[in-house]
Design a protein around this ligand. Structure first.
Ligand SMILES: C[S@@+](CC[C@H](N)C(=O)[O-])C[C@H]1O[C@@H](n2cnc3c(N)ncnc32)[C@H](O)[C@@H]1O
Length: 201
């Protein structure tokens, strides 16, 4: 059954798409969050993961952590990246799974998809593909994924229950979730929840 989309969800998605279209097409700009290679260094991605990646693989990176720090990914596995953005983590995962594995990046922003597809092609990573879709309605079959990764995306979704339901649907039995995201321990005031600028960052 398709998820019911409330009008305010459409507005929120449009705002997020506008913001991340800018991050994808003009990474040289300053945003109110860190991005690009400086961010990857702040988040302590090890040098060996960054080695050999061209600037276009990382300059629109906008994650909040390193999903590879919480567990290993083996050759031949299938990895799904929810909200893959410029594909930075997908390129890294693509190297881990190798030519016998598969990496699927899902994102709702065309400019990010365009950028990530171009980078995967230039790196010759045929095992890495990108699909347009929503975290709440993943374009991926049931029981088909070994590892779900996601970096800084679920905090942008108003219906987190729907996203986790999708994560459990697509994971194979015994599958793993390597999640990097933002957790708030305090009650978020209603006025902050209604501020779309706070949702999009
Ligand atoms: C903060 S960026 C993180 C991108 C990437 N994970 C990274 O680490 O660079 C958020 C990305 O999630 C995507 N996104 C946000 N909400 C989404 C949703 N509901 N479904 C699919 N993609 C979404 C945006 O288009 C954007 O590319």
């Amino acid at each position: 059954m398709a998820t019911q989309i409330a009008p305010e969800v459409d507005i929120l998605r449009r705002e997020i798409q506008e913001k991340y279209t800018e991050v994808a097409s003009s990474p040289e700009l300053t945003f109110h969050f860190h991005h690009g290679l400086p961010l990857a260094k702040i988040l302590e991605y090890p040098e060996d993961l960054l080695a050999g990646l061209p600037p276009e693989a990382v300059e629109s990176f906008a994650g909040v952590g390193n999903p590879f720090s919480v567990g290993e990914i083996a050759p031949g596995e299938t990895v799904l990246d929810i909200g893959s953005g410029c594909g930075f983590d997908c390129m890294i995962a693509g190297r881990f799974v190798g030519p016998t594995g598969k990496v699927i990046g899902v994102d709702m922003t065309d400019a990010m998809l365009e950028r990530s597809r171009k980078t995967a092609k230039s790196l010759g990573l045929a095992q890495v593909e990108f699909k347009k879709g929503f975290a709440e309605e993943l374009p991926v079959p049931d029981n088909s994924v070994d590892v779900v990764i996601s970096n800084g995306v679920i905090n942008l979704t108003p219906d987190k229950y729907a996203v986790f339901k999708e994560v459990f649907r697509v994971l194979k039995p015994g599958g793993r979730l390597h999640l990097a995201d933002i957790v708030v321990y305090k009650q978020v005031p209603d006025e902050a929840k209604e501020d779309v600028d706070l949702w999009t960052a």
